[in-house]
Design a protein around this ligand. Sequence first.
Ligand code: HEC
Ligand code: HEC
Length: 407
Amino acid sequence: MTTNRMVRAASASLAALLLTGTALAADLPALGPLPPAPAPSDNPTTPAKVELGKKLFWDGRLSGNGSMGCVACHSPDLGWGTGGAISFGYPGTQHWRKSQTVLNSAHYNKLFWEGSVTSLEGQAEAAAEGGVAGNGDSAMMEMRLRLVPEYVAEFKKVFGTEWPHISDAWKAIAAFQRTLNSDPEKVPFDRFMKGDQTAISAEAKRGLDLFKGKAGCVSCHNGPLLSDQSFHDTGVPDNPVFQTDPHYQITLRWQHYQKGVAEDYYRKGTTDDGLYYVTKRAEDKGKFRTPSLREIAYTGPYMHNGVLETLEAVVEFYDKGGGESRSGTKTLKPLGLTEQEKKDLLAFLGTLSMDQPLTVKEPTLPESRPLPRAGTTASEAPAAKPASSHAHHMQATPAAAPTKKKD
Ligand code: HEC
Ligand code: HEC
């Protein structure tokens, strides 16, 4: 009798457990190829705008010193990031976070590790003006564009204005970034999801089952982007440089100040608190936006501060149940994966990137010319060479978070 009841109770709760599991998986946005990148109605993507935006992405004139254009920290050769753990910053400063890839960024509804900006247009401005990123002054950057005859003509064609407006520069850059997406034809996992059973190995197929099942990754990494676009405290440990290097500490304090935390907190704070800066709620400390897992073969090291060097290290991190909670709630539990299961999971993670990294042909930047004196034409004036960001991006100076409203 007792035994029967116990058995019945046990199987009922097991069934409930299985049901919850199934219900959970079924409720989550399904994995699959990315749809075309959405564009806002006030900034439709056109080929001419994309061409212009590509040049501007490369153009150091959209930064304070003429050398820190977007490409300086989002290099196509380095997964459209800096390739390092924490990004370098505007010369003379140190950034405090890892440079995110701009690939597939059009698919996020909130940008930056703490989700502080909601459009690529707003993000471009924040980056170009941010004190540890581009450190540019809007009016100065706009003047620079106005003294480039080729830009004057292109802005007129694309935006219909007599002179380039800096806000249109951000629109063009956003339009260019909307073209930087994983191509489903070139991603093994996407080919598999479209029905090609041979596109991924048996190991990777087992890894997919673990991802959706035992390892529970899909509860946060879901949908075509493999991100729930939400914020979680996984307990990623601090990057030790914040204990040893004053440049990082300067930026951390400066960020705290910019982001308006309480004075005591600003003086004593030693950690990057992520979403907390946006909400100022204690339970949001240590929460960061779930990153997409697309193109991760090219974008290591991993996490907001690059502390996990390899995907093997990431899998070990999750297998142990993540790190210490900062928000007060432990989100992850130890997974108890076998060595083979870890390999399977890694094999699956290996199917989420394009066969070859996405690169584009570097644009040729147009030259600045002095405005014509009365009675002459612009073409008679001598040309000045543009300062390219590109030569600069390996510089080992500290790195980048934009200011105030910016990141
Ligand atoms: C000094 C290096 C640096 C420069 C210059 C720079 N960025 Fe970034 N970028 C970063 C870092 C670091 C982050 C992550 C910052 C954070 O989350 O606080 C980032 C984040 C981003 C993101 C967010 C991606 C995501 O997944 O949310 C986009 C988009 C982006 N940058 C585009 C640009 C554009 C456009 C420019 C030029 C106008 C630019 N960046 C200039 C370093 C830089
Ligand atoms: C509770 C939600 C959650 C779960 C479950 C989860 N992740 Fe994450 N994942 C995140 C967040 C949030 C980050 C960013 C953390 C940070 O930077 O501090 C992240 C980061 C990553 C990164 C680094 C990506 C990059 O660009 O730096 C990888 C890889 C990753 N997760 C894989 C996995 C795998 C594999 C699993 C399952 C074993 C998993 N995640 C389970 C939320 C989750």
